[in-house]
Design a protein around this ligand. Structure first.
Ligand code: SF4
Length: 139
């Protein structure tokens, strides 16, 4: 494994993107990033640009409005990258299944590496999902 993969796994930077959910999962993602859980001890840092990210943390179903923007962000994220689906929405569309504007689930559009189930999942499960994604950064 190259040095680049080693350091990415030791300090994964994440980008959080809501593709049209109810914000329930986003509140849990924000809670997971607070000092209470201190994820920086694991090297996890939230970034505002996809160009700096290793892990895409996706919440919500994919909607017609968000699809193109999300795919652009996905393309802008450098390889190697992993996608973590947070909550039931990106996995199965959850309560939004069948809505006229929903074109998910997420794995219809991009490969998903880790699924974190729940509506919404608790912060510990989200952190666990990020840690499960780390070995995939070195593929
Ligand atoms: S999984 Fe549940 S809490 Fe999360 S965005 Fe969907 S409906 Fe909201």
């Amino acid at each position: 494994m190259g040095l680049m993969y080693f350091f990415r796994r030791k300090s994964p930077w994440i980008l959080h993107f809501n593709t049209g959910g109810c914000n329930g999962c986003d509140i849990e993602v924000v809670a997971a990033l607070t000092p209470r859980y201190d994820v920086e001890r694991l090297g996890i840092v939230r970034k505002g640009s996809p160009r700096h990210a290793d892990i895409l943390l996706v919440t919500g179903p994919i909607t017609r409005q968000s699809r193109d923007r999300f795919l652009r962000i996905y393309e802008q994220t450098p390889e190697p990258k992993v996608v973590v689906a947070v909550g039931n929405c990106p996995t199965s569309n959850c309560v939004f299944n069948g809505c006229y504007n929903v074109v998910g689930p997420l794995d219809k559009h991009v490969p998903v590496d880790v699924y974190v189930p729940g509506c919404p999942p608790i912060p510990e499960a989200i952190i666990d999902g990020v840690l499960k994604a780390l070995p995939r950064l070195g593929r």
